[in-house]
Design a protein. Structure first.
Length: 178
């Protein structure tokens, strides 16, 4: 496992992101929606830096990756989503890879009538996008490697790491916690 972003670098990135968002929304109430499970660490750190009237909620997406690191069909569970009609909403996810997850979420959430809907991600993988949309806010662009830590998992392991690390082929072959 090779560290890609240190705790300090991540803290700096979140700080910059929070400053941009605080400026963008000024004193308008914002509803932050975290995409479970990968965004939980990011959401926890980001919301405590936002100097805005804030609501926080979650939505769940599963992509049936399982052992594989390539995406499968998406299942969206919005049963925990708060009412977003007429609200300014910021969707927060861990990583923008092919982009299918964020594109589908944005499409589905638009139907619920928010007054605005923007998106922020911690990481954006370079050269992987297959959709026409881009996240409105990106803390870090990274190369096309499989990363874990700071909320991101490999078979539900490594989410608690305070840094972001790339797994190499041997790590992936051995499986998590091997
Ligand atoms: P997309 O739909 O943009 O291809 O993929 C987004 C989702 O795939 C992320 O929310 C994340 O759950 C997963 N994903 C994509 N790339 C990585 C990665 O490098 N590491 C981990 N742990 N998950 C990833
Ligand atoms: Mg995941």
């Amino acid at each position: 496992m090779k560290q890609l972003l240190s705790e300090d670098e991540i803290r700096g990135g979140i700080h910059r992101l929070a400053a941009q968002l605080t400026e963008r929304y000024r004193d308008r109430p914002l509803t932050v929606i975290g995409v479970l499970t990968g965004s939980m660490v990011l959401v926890a750190d980001l919301i405590r830096q936002l100097d805005l009237p804030l609501r926080v909620g979650v939505i769940q997406v599963r992509s049936y990756r399982g052992a594989a690191t390539t995406p499968g069909p998406l299942e969206i569970n919005d049963s925990m989503l708060p009412d977003i009609r007429g609200r300014d909403v910021l969707l927060v996810d861990d990583i923008f890879d092919t982009g299918h997850t964020l594109a589908r979420l944005i499409e589905q959430m638009h139907e619920l009538g928010p007054s605005s809907l923007r998106s922020a991600v911690l990481l954006r993988k370079l050269g992987r996008q297959q959709v026409s949309i881009e996240p409105d806010y990106v803390a870090f662009n990274i190369p096309d490697v499989f990363v874990v830590g700071y909320g991101l998992d490999y078979q539900d392991a490594y989410r608690h790491l305070p840094y972001v690390a790339a797994l190499d082929d041997d790590d992936l072959a051995a499986g998590p916690l091997a």
